[in-house]
Write a protein that binds this ligand. Structure first.
Ligand code: C2E
Ligand code: MG
Ligand code: MG
Length: 654
């Protein structure tokens, strides 16, 4: 009961699959997943299988229609069709085994003896087909041109079975190396093809095998080959799913590899600041560039702005070359939409043998990369990379501290050279908890910025300063204003101008008493949300200080615009000048320029009388530093102010 329709269906189905695959974007389909030798990669094998089914079914159907024509004219054609059928059909079992081994990640890196042994049965079968004209081992046509199985055809079935067994064995043995969905899909597909083969074995007239195989291939295409779910829509780079799948295979099969991790630390902030404008094209530019130094199939984007490059040859030279190229590139600007961006890339290298023992561990490490940012693009040491745990503890402690109301605001006096007294102070966060002993505010503020906790901290400090100012409003301590640190990340969450205004009005504090310190980087200055919010706050009476001047990317252009009342020169610049004459000369010049533009200079970090006189001589008019006082808790700060006023009085009475 030979049913030619099933074979026609097999032909149509596999032809459609081939057309679909060829017509689709190549990226969408699984590229050579592991270190691409094109001829053995999974996608190539898959196309091979499709072609085999197409030619096998085409030849089978054609010979069926030719069967009725008993004429010597068609005998050669008929013979050729049968031979072609066997020739191409023999590809299926070997490709099948190879395909399953690829999906389970076991195909690559085996001894060459294995590959020779593996292909031997296939080669033998093909030789039998090619010499069949003389031997008739595979098939023969009788005088009526009726097809008969040859005496050794069972050998070719046995070899076919051999490959199916390898495929099944590889599937069952390496299940752990596959993702759950790959495992289920492949299991179902293997079952389906097995049913087809068994049915065909039992009833040779029942032409179900090719149909089952074409269904199998259709299933593989839809579920395993189609990688649209594994490709990042924006950049076309393989995504986190793909990274997990591929690393699982490498880890479970004990293959050596390295992962180069590239964290673009400021893109998230830029994206929010610029409302995503230009950022997409920036990301595409970066990913295209990363593709050019790795290979497309080894590059993954595992979080919005974080890339991973998997290196299969674990030679240090290769990873070194890639990391150096990345750092070199990121030392230059990226340009998009007429704007230029200086991006910070943190590059870390992990080795499978030393650092990664399981997929879960790898994913956990990747999920929580809190590396010190703001220091420019650099290679991150392993110690720092794995300091995550400490950082996550700090993050948790920060949340606990907020909940337990352990945040405090301390004040560091700012002394005026002209008035010779304390006229302002900087509010600095402190945490009253053992968990923060030995942790500097700079460290936990950076963690708070990366985790979003900065929003709560910022609002707390602002409100506490207002409360403090209100509590001393009836006393004349001569405080003109309090400086409050404002992280640029605070601009991202919501309308801070609105929140600040609500709090300020609640405590009835004049806006002039509040000065906001910002650390700007070159690119942030142009962000509309920053400039608009600053403008709004300025129009309400708030003033601004540019903090940490002389570090990072803050530059002269920032204050020439006249948006800042104070420029705070970073302590590192002052300390460097202690023993470096050129630096001292530069600092003097800088102070003069800032003063001539009408801004105050606040010199931070003044610890010695010598530093004080140098700053005064250059024209610096406000001083903050341990020479006068360290940051003090509120009550001690009030004592300090009272003492200063008293000693001032005594001075004037003398
Ligand atoms: P910053 O805003 O530049 O604050 C000045 C830092 O220099 C303070 O460190 C202060 O204690 C320290 N300092 C001042 N004078 C001297 C000196 O003479 N010698 C030495 N050795 N240090 C001096 P602190 O309190 O550890 O804060 C570090 C950074 O943490 C701050 O740098 C600021 O960027 C951040 N920060 C502190 N409080 C807050 C806050 O409430 N909000 C935000 N967003 N950031 C804050
Ligand atoms: Mg500050
Ligand atoms: Mg500072």
């Amino acid at each position: 009961m030979y049913n030619v329709n099933l074979e026609i269906a097999a032909f149509l189905l596999s032809s459609l699959c081939l057309i679909y695959i060829m017509g689709s974007k190549k990226k969408q389909f699984r590229l050579s997943n592991i270190n691409g030798n094109n001829f053995t990669d999974q996608h190539f094998i898959f196309i091979n299988m499709l072609v085999s089914v197409i030619i096998s079914s085409a030849t089978s159907v054609s010979s069926y229609y030719l069967e009725d024509i008993v004429s010597q004219d068609v005998i050669v054609l008929q013979y050729l069709l049968h031979a072609l059928y066997f020739f191409f059909h023999n590809f299926l079992p070997i490709c099948f085994a190879q395909y399953v081994m690829n999906v389970s990640g076991t195909w690559k890196g085996l001894k060459s003896a294995f590959y020779i042994l593996f292909t031997m049965p296939f080669t033998l079968c093909e030789l039998m087909v090619m010499t069949n004209n003389f031997t008739g081992f595979v098939f023969y046509l009788d005088n009526d041109l009726v097809y008969h199985r040859g005496s050794l055809i069972t050998i070719s079935y046995a070899f076919g079975l051999f490959y199916y067994v390898i495929g099944f064995a590889s599937f069952f043995r390496h299940q752990k190396a596959m993702s759950k969905s790959d495992r289920q899909t492949l299991g179902f597909i293997l079952g389906l093809s097995a049913v087809g083969v068994i049915l065909q074995g039992i009833r040779s007239d029942f032409a179900v095998e090719l149909f089952a195989e074409s269904l199998t291939l259709g299933g593989i295409m839809m579920m395993l080959e189609e990688r649209s779910g594994n490709v990042d829509a924006l950049t076309g780079v393989l995504n986190r799913n793909a990274l997990m799948d591929d690393c699982r295979k490498l880890i479970e099969n004990h293959k050596e590899f390295s992962i180069i991790i590239v964290n673009l630390t400021d893109l998230d902030m830029f994206s929010k600041l610029f409302n995503g404008r230009n950022i997409d094209s920036l990301l595409i530019q970066v990913s295209d560039w990363l593709k050019s130094i790795s290979t497309e199939q080894d590059l993954y984007i595992y979080r919005s702005y974080d890339f991973a490059i998997v290196c299969h040859q674990t030679s240090d030279l290769e990873t070194e070359y890639i990391t150096e190229s990345i750092l070199n590139r990121f030392s230059k600007d990226w340009k998009t939409g007429g704007a230029s961006f200086h991006l910070e890339a943190l590059v870390s290298v992990l080795n499978s043998s030393d650092d990664i023992s399981s997929l879960d561990e790898l994913m956990e490490v990747l999920a929580s990369t809190y590396i010190k940012t703001g220091l420019g693009s650099r290679l991150v040491s392993k110690d720092e990379f794995f300091s995550n745990q400490r950082n996550r503890k700090i993050e948790q402690s920060l949340r606990d501290a907020i909940e337990k109301k352990q945040l405090r605001v301390w004040y560091q006096p700012i002394w005026s050279v002209e008035e010779e007294k304390t006229i302002a102070a900087e509010a600095l966060i402190r945490i009253d908890s053992d968990a923060f002993r030995g942790v500097s505010p700079a460290e936990y503020i950076s963690i708070a910025e990366q985790s979003g906790i900065i929003r709560d901290i910022g609002l707390f400090v602002f409100e506490d300063v207002c409360r403090f100012l209100k509590s001393i409003s009836d006393k004349d301590f001569g405080l003109s204003y309090i400086e409050i640190n404002l992280s640029v990340h605070q601009f991202l969450y919501d309308d801070i101008a609105k929140h600040f205004e609500a709090i300020r009005q609640q405590y009835d504090i004049p806006a002039e008493k509040l000065n906001l310190e910002i650390t700007e980087s070159a690119s942030i200055g142009d962000a509309p949300i920053v400039s608009q919010t600053m403008k709004a706050l300025r129009s309400l009476g708030y003033t601004f200080s540019l903090d940490d001047f002389g570090t990072g990317y803050s530059n002269l252009a920032q204050f020439i615009g006249g948006h800042y009342k104070n420029i705070k020169i970073d302590k590192s610049l002052l300390w460097e000048s202690d023993h470096n004459e050129k630096n001292a000369y530069l600092l003097d010049g800088l102070i003069r320029v800032i003063r001539s533009l009408g801004c105050n200079v606040v010199q931070e970090g003044v610890e010695t009388a010598e530093q004080l006189s140098r700053t005064k001589k250059a024209g610096g008019n406000l001083i903050q530093g341990y020479f006068f006082s360290k940051p003090l808790p509120e009550d001690k700060f009030i004592d300090y102010l009272v003492d200063s006023i008293e000693s001032e009085k005594e001075e004037s009475e003398k």
